[in-house]
Design a protein around this ligand. Structure first.
Ligand SMILES: Cc1ncc(COP(=O)(O)O)c(C=O)c1O
Length: 440
């Protein structure tokens, strides 16, 4: 039966993603506009953005260079196919992206989201081995508490039970390393001391299945969505060594760590560890138009460039891969980052952010704090028998008090736009203290 004609206040039809729909619809929270560090609610209140939207608006909101570039592009070339056809903006963006990426990364494959970038990277990994005559390498290794988006490949290599348990049979041939979050590392600032040895679990999995069956290992350099898990010192370096030794591709999921979040263009540069592929999205267009990109080394790309030249080398792509409007948004975003030196700005304010966050150590309910770049997590003691409820209440109160935070389990995660200033850091952290003090 058709729904009644919806009125502007009728919230029934939109089945909201990753949302407690019934709770939201009984007490909606609506943003109607945004500028720089702030959202404006439907009631006209200003809310300080402590999460860059969903970790994507790294340059803040409604930045003129980006909005103007999108408006110009939509009037000039709204859409053009990227299958067997091209348009200059996508090529230009690919060049700028590989300029920004670490040396050795020199190709970009466009997608429309982080999830699609992950699926694309996993498929390229398997196809890469097949293209080289090593077709038994199909197994994929992920990690507990990893988040790689919501498509079937991503939830399979991901390590979040809730994201998988409702969806039945998944990709076969997947294994998981342990996560790196150790109790010994409580209250760590930046990279924790303990846990590099956990990378050796990859050796154990290799011994179990045989290196000749494994295509790739995928990790978030800093795990974001499961509560900000920072890699222990030496861990990523060790993963790189083991992958190289066994001919396994190393994929960094840089969907949140890319585009300056750690104070460098990508985590690969921050940690000085070169993966074979990087999955990116979010900050690529400042969240303005959906877009992702998989960045690869020349070796990965070149493995496909063989056989008759009139044949398609990779049977993969999306209608909107490198769409003109998304590409224009991407170019203007990269220009904004460069013009305002936002990655250096992030590195500059990161120590202040760290101090401010760790000042919450004595706030009520707090059991751990961790940070890196402009990422921070404040972990709360769960209410006995009601996991996630205390953090969700914190989120609701924070919104009432004018700050946007995000929660995952009983962890508050923050990732403000890189344009945040010290007074705004103080406001975010000061308000969060008031919120925590007021919680049961
Ligand atoms: C590390 C990581 N990978 C992939 C994704 C999925 O991105 P999207 O929601 O754009 O599909 C996310 C989203 O938060 C992410 O944090």
């Amino acid at each position: 039966m058709a729904l009644d004609r919806p009125t502007p206040n009728d919230l029934r039809a939109f089945w909201m993603p990753f949302t407690a729909n019934r709770q939201f619809k009984s007490s909606p929270r609506m943003f109607v506009s945004a500028k720089d560090m702030h959202y404006t609610t439907a009631e006209g209140r200003q809310v300080l953005d402590g999460t860059a939207g969903l970790w994507c608006c790294n340059a803040g909101h409604c930045r003129p260079r980006i909005t103007e570039a999108v408006a110009k592009q939509v009037g000039e070339l709204d859409y053009a196919p990227a299958f067997q056809m091209g348009h200059p903006v996508a090529f230009e963006l690919a060049n700028r992206l590989v300029d920004l990426a670490p040396d050795g990364i020199d190709h970009a494959f466009f997608t429309n989201s982080g999830s699609e970038s992950v699926e694309t990277a996993l498929k390229i990994a398997i196809a890469y081995h097949r293209a080289r005559g090593d077709g038994a390498r199909t197994r994929l290794i992920g990690r507990e508490r990893g988040y790689h988006g919501v498509n079937f490949g991503g939830i399979s290599v991901g390590g979040i039970v809730n994201n998988r348990k409702m969806f039945g049979t998944l990709l076969g041939g997947v294994d998981h390393m342990p996560h790196t979050h150790l109790p010994d590392n409580q209250w760590s600032r930046g990279q924790p001391e303990h846990g590099a040895h956990l990378a050796d679990e990859l050796e154990r999995i290799i011994a179990l299945h045989g290196a000749e069956t494994i295509a790739a290992c995928i990790v978030e350099p800093v795990a974001g969505s499961t509560g900000v898990l920072i890699p222990p010192k030496g861990y990523l370096e060790r993963l790189r060594e083991i992958c190289t030794k066994h001919g396994i591709l190393l994929i960094f999921d840089e969907v949140i760590t890319g585009f300056g979040r750690l104070g460098a263009p990508f985590a690969a540069q921050y940690f000085d560890v070169l993966p074979d592929m990087m999955a990116t999205a979010k900050g690529l267009t400042n969240g303005v138009i959906p877009m992702g990109a998989v960045l690869t080394t020349g070796a990965v790309h070149d493995a496909f460039m063989q056989g008759p030249e009139h044949l398609i080398e990779l049977f993969h792509g999306y209608t909107y891969s490198g769409s003109p409007i998304a590409s224009a948004a991407g170019l203007a975003t990269l220009e904004t980052y460069a013009e305002e030196d936002l990655f250096a700005r992030c590195a500059g304010i990161a120590p202040y952010w760290e101090e401010a966050l760790h000042s919450l150590r004595d706030a009520r309910h707090v059991i751990d704090i961790r940070n890196m770049g402009l990422i921070g997590a404040v972990e709360l003691e769960p209410i006995a028998g009601e996991p996630t409820k205390r953090a969700f209440n914190a989120f609701l109160k924070a919104y009432e008090k004018g700050i946007l935070i995000r929660t995952t389990g009983d962890i508050i995660a923050m990732s403000p736009p890189l344009i945040i200033d010290r007074a705004q850091v103080d406001q975010l952290v000061g308000t969060l203290r008031e919120v925590l003090d007021s919680l049961d």
